[in-house]
Design a protein around this ligand. Sequence first.
Ligand SMILES: Nc1ncnc2c1ncn2[C@@H]1O[C@H](COP(=O)(O)OP(=O)(O)OP(=O)(O)O)[C@@H](O)[C@H]1O
Ligand SMILES: [Mg+2]
Length: 374
Amino acid sequence: MSSRGTDSAYDVEFRTVTKRFGNLTAVNAVSFQVRQGEFLSLLGPSGCGKTTSLRMIAGFEQPDEGEIVIGGVDAVGTPPYRRDVNTVFQQYALFPHLTVLDNVAYGMKQKGVGRSDRYQRAREALELVRLTGREKHKPSMLSGGQQQRVALARALVNRPRVLLLDEPLGALDLKLRKEMQIELTRIQGEVGITFIYVTHDQGEALSMSDRIAVMSDGVIEQLGTPAEIYDRPRTAFVADFIGEMNFLEGTVSRTEDGEYDVTTAGGVVVRARGEATRGQAVKVGIRPARMRITGATDDGVVNAARAAVDTKMYLGDEVQVVATLGDGTQVVIREQRAGADAPHDAIRPGDPITIQWDRNAPVLLAETPTEQQE
Ligand SMILES: Nc1ncnc2c1ncn2[C@@H]1O[C@H](COP(=O)(O)OP(=O)(O)OP(=O)(O)O)[C@@H](O)[C@H]1O
Ligand SMILES: [Mg+2]
């Protein structure tokens, strides 16, 4: 067991951390806190600074500016092997000539832990990842998912304060990936260790995390629970990166009693809950599943838009319609076939339709991220 430093409520804290590689700023004045026992994901497109952030926590890179606090103690300057963190990579790099048990026990041998003690602990770690019975096998006799479990057992055997995982499921096929996602959440719940999980897969981040930090270009655009990020994205980038989003642009034409209207160039009036400034040019987002096609064709109502159907596709229980509004804006509507109020089966490309949504569906989006949340 490793020692627990202080009673800080945060296991990891970034305080305006900046990392540059020559002219390139990989991480730009980033601040965030990771709570004890939390499953936090760093999510974002390739090159946004996820791995660099993780490597600074592990101590493989040093920030140019700012502080990184681990367990309440400033970690900058502390070498990797003295930090109470461990890392699991996409390439699990097991020793091919060692057995599964020896792979897991290897690190402890280096640290001088006695033989019976290290095998005892390695067996416990293998039990945790459900590989009991495979102790004597060589890695080549295991599937990709099982090999990744060995890597996980090896990283958890010393019970670090924080486990860093950099796209650990990236090399697995979809089915194994799904299985391992469930396994990882179970294991994290059992050991209670803080997980910082890097991924560019939004579905993975949404399903596994307590909170998600959405990164773009070296900054955190938004940090929040999966529901907050999905239902209340703050920026068009976050809205678009996490699932699909229809965007409507217009001007705030009315504000009243915690509601606002946005009128688009095509005359569509979006009425939503929230605060906005009159006269402001804005972008609102509406999820495809929050739009529905109705039989009504009367114009001049709020939260309704006339459109022409471009394509219709069956997605099993759902039907997806792509349609173009009067001003040329293209939108995607996805409806449960069972719940649809119009006979969608009859819809054909070229048909005029009316699209509706309710006042809770639109989200007001900012151009740039505002101050980061806690
Ligand atoms: N050692 C390095 N030297 C120079 N540039 C680097 C170095 N490491 C990272 N970078 C650059 O910093 C930026 C962020 O890289 P990083 O590896 O953190 O991205 P990432 O979010 O992990 O991307 P991916 O999803 O592709 O793994 C990239 O533009 C990358 O090219
Ligand atoms: Mg990376």
